[in-house]
Design a protein around this ligand. Structure first.
Ligand code: RIB
Length: 299
């Protein structure tokens, strides 16, 4: 019996958000809105999104012993996430500087802070958390060697969901464990390098599968998502509901969390992605990352 549907291993950031009419060009200064401070970080966002949907969720992360760290712990606890694995201290809490334009698009710069101090030894010390999770979800705002240690420490039969964000070259052992690798267009093209003109998301997914993952999910924004499984080699498109985007920050995290949760319940990839696109769509309709995540009832 697993104690957790989902263990998220990843970053926790304070999101410092400013709305702007347009994002500045190099060398340019623009004036923006009042500053808003939200709990964020790809790992913390995923954990909150999954717990809101009803997943039994734990987070393995590191925050600083400071006000931002307390903000993050509070938001996790309010969502019902098990925070026994959230380590405190070693560096200031990670910070993300975010500008959001009127179309809801954002630009983000992350100062990793304590996230960079989540080390392989911390993963080894959290062996009981890893052993208790059906699905483990990771992203790349923590050190790559920590991600690799997660892969090595996973319980037999547990499933790895990886969103390589921000994208970086991945070791073969990590790629081979992904089921699925979840990428957006930017992440897919960064990992694959230049693609032939006219290459489709199906082509990207096939090329990504050739790198070793057992399955691949390509998120396509308003167009939904594409899933492809190496065991069937067929691609399935999953459309998204139409919504008015206010702020896309954290929508990908909500998508991945929902997908990971449904996979932990034994659902196949296409129906899991169909629910995940609805969660991702709901997440763009409200400002902030975690504040915008729906409960199962709201969905
Ligand atoms: O994916 C959105 C997240 O990216 C933000 O919450 C920010 O903290 C950055 O990590």
């Amino acid at each position: 019996m697993h104690a957790y549907d989902l263990l998220v291993v990843g970053s926790a950031n304070a999101d410092l958000v400013i709305g702007v009419e347009r994002r500045p060009a190099p060398g340019e200064t623009v004036l923006g809105s009042d500053l808003a401070v939200h709990p964020g970080g790809k790992g913390a966002n995923q954990a909150v999104a999954a717990a809101r949907l009803g997943a039994r969720t734990a987070l393995l992360a590191r925050v600083g012993d400071d006000a931002h760290g307390r903000l993050l712990l509070e938001s996790q606890r309010a969502a019902g996430v098990d925070t026994a694995g959230v380590l405190v201290g070693g560096a200031p809490t990670g910070v993300a500087l975010i500008t959001v334009d009127p179309s809801g698009d954002n630009s983000i710069v992350v100062s990793p802070g304590a996230n960079a101090r989540l080390l392989p030894a911390d993963v080894r010390a959290a062996g009981s958390l890893l052993a208790a999770a059906r699905v483990v979800s990771v992203q790349l705002e923590i050190p790559l060697e920590t991600v690799a240690e997660v892969v090595r420490g996973m319980a037999p039969g547990a499933r790895l969901v990886l969103n390589p964000s921000p994208p970086a070259p991945l070791p073969a052992e990590v790629l081979a464990a992904c089921d699925p690798l979840v990428v957006n267009e930017h992440e897919a093209l960064t990992i694959l390098g230049e693609q032939p003109p006219g290459a489709s998301p199906e082509d990207w997914a096939r090329s990504l599968l050739a790198l070793g993952p057992r399955s691949v999910v390509v998120t396509l924004g308003a167009a939904g998502a594409l899933v492809m499984d190496s065991r069937t080699d067929s691609g399935v498109r999953v459309p998204s509901p139409r919504v008015d985007a206010v702020d896309t920050t954290g929508a990908g995290d909500a998508f991945t969390a929902a997908l990971a949760w449904r996979l932990s319940l034994g659902e196949e990839l296409p129906p899991a992605a169909a629910l995940a696109v609805r969660v991702g769509a709901a997440a763009v309709t409200t400002r902030g990352a975690q504040d915008s995540y729906p409960t199962a009832a709201e969905l």
